[in-house]
Structure formats: structure tokens, C-alpha cells
Design a protein around this ligand. Sequence first.
Ligand code: B1M
Length: 212
Amino acid sequence: MSLLNEISIFLQQGRAKNVKEAVQKALDEGMEAKDILNKGLLDGMNIIGEKFKKNQVYVPEVLIAAKAMYAGMDILKPILTETGVESAGKVVIGTVKGDLHDIGKNLVKMMMEGRGLEVIDLGIDVAPEEFIEAAKEHNAKIIACSALLTTTMTQMKKVVELTIEHGIRDQVTIMVGGAPVTDNFCKSIGADIYTPDAASAAEAAARVCETA
Ligand code: B1M
């Protein structure tokens, strides 16, 4: 069994200590951090997601797997965010109101930091008003909203509307993402950028800040 496969399986079993050790071993063997993330940790999380969907695993198992994922991410974070450059711009990020999923949001944050952006993380269950207040307070160039539920993605429209109400629509770029979000949805609510994954979100954010 390959080491990446081992990481995926340890994660599915929720064995945080083993995940940590295997991630470190993979790094020691010269594997790229992004491959360990994508082909090891995210692969394991996707399999758990599929099983969750089919009721083959339940909330506690998913949470234990998520904990194991964070154990692996803790080791990778310094490498993925290694940059040395000064903040290229500020991003306010959060998971929208009513939504408690934060693994994807945390990945987006991590990747953005890796691009030299300063990220103000509002956490989960973030009300539209909180995004606006934080963007104003920190003079952020980007508001980044994550949603994992079809029932909560609609909150993103309220964020867009509030930026108009507060007169800051032309000062911020609104980025949206998360499993149920699509480019069509992004356009339909008047947001600016949809990206399907954390790496492309970070790339797009860096581009916005370069040209701002
Ligand atoms: Co939930 N859950 N969950 N869950 N959960 C999903 C999302 C679901 C698809 C599972 C399923 O039924 N197949 C389903 C949503 C259905 C729907 O609305 N279409 C679901 C449900 C229904 C629920 C509950 C309602 C279950 C219940 O209680 N009955 C409940 C809701 C709680 C709430 O939020 N109010 C719930 C609870 C939970 C847990 C707490 C157990 C746990 C969350 C733990 C945590 O986040 N700390 C959990 C988990 C882990 C999942 C699954 C299994 C995995 C999500 C995940 O972390 N994936 C998920 C099934 C699945 O996705 N296959 C599921 C890994 C992560 C890296 O991917 O977040 O998609 P993701 O992020 C990606 C991209 O989407 C993108 O980048 C990341 C990777 O590069 N991305 C962005 C994310 N945000 C972005 C922002 C951007 C750009 C890209 O720009 C700003």
C-alpha cells in the first residue's frame, strides 16, 4: 500500500496520531505537501463524505475523521503557507450563517495565507452583517464566503445585497465557494468570483489583490 493511501485510510479510521506520523513520513520521503493534502488527506475525507451520504458512517465518525484531517493539516500548514512575502491584501473569510462546515473554508484560508494574503477568519455561522462589518473594519479587498449546504448558500446573496446597502460594493470583491455552489449561482446572486477548490480560490484572490 502506498503511503498516500495509508494516510487516506488512517484518516477514514479517525486515527489522528497515525495520520500525523504518516504525513511526517511522507514529507521526510520528499513528497510534495500539496500531493499529501490532495491525494492523502482530501482523498480520505472524500471517501468519508461518500459513506456519510449513503448512511454508512454517521456524524461522530465524520467528526473523528475531520479531527484526524486537522492533525495532518497541522503538519502541512507551515509548508503550504511558507511565503516570506508581506501581506499582499486582506481577505475576510467565513462560513455563512446556519452552516457549521469549516474544513473547506480552513483550507481556502490556509492556501490564501500561502499566497501572502492576510486572512481575517470569522469562523462558522457568520451572519451577513458580520462579513460587512469586518470588511469595513479591516479595509478588506475581498469577502470570501463558504457554504456546504443548499439551505445556507442563499445567505451569500444577502452578503452581496448588504455590500450595496452599505455603499462598499465597488470596494470589495465577493468570492463564493463550497460544494453546492456553482459559477451560475455566483452570477445569479451578483457575486464576483466562484472557484471550485481552495487552490484556485487562493490563486484568484492573489490576482484580485495584485490588480487592486
Ligand atoms: Co455535513 N453535509 N452536515 N457535516 N458534511 C455535507 C455537506 C453533505 C453533502 C453530506 C451528504 O448528505 N452527502 C450534506 C449537505 C447536503 C446539501 O445541502 N446539499 C450535509 C448535511 C446534510 C449535514 C447536516 C444537515 C447533517 C445532519 O445534521 N443531518 C449537518 C448540518 C450542520 C450545519 O452546518 N448546520 C452536517 C454536519 C456535518 C458535521 C458537523 C458532522 C461535519 C462538519 C465538520 C466540520 O466542518 N468541522 C460534516 C461534514 C464533514 C460533511 C462532509 C462529509 C464533508 C465536508 C468536508 O469537510 N469536505 C460533507 C459531504 C461531502 O462533502 N462529500 C457533508 C472536505 C472539504 C475539504 O471539502 O468543504 O467541499 P469542501 O471544500 C472544498 C470546496 O468546496 C472548496 O474548497 C475545498 C477544497 O479545496 N471550497 C471553496 C469550500 N469553500 C470555499 C470557498 C471558496 C472557494 C472554494 O471561496 C470563498
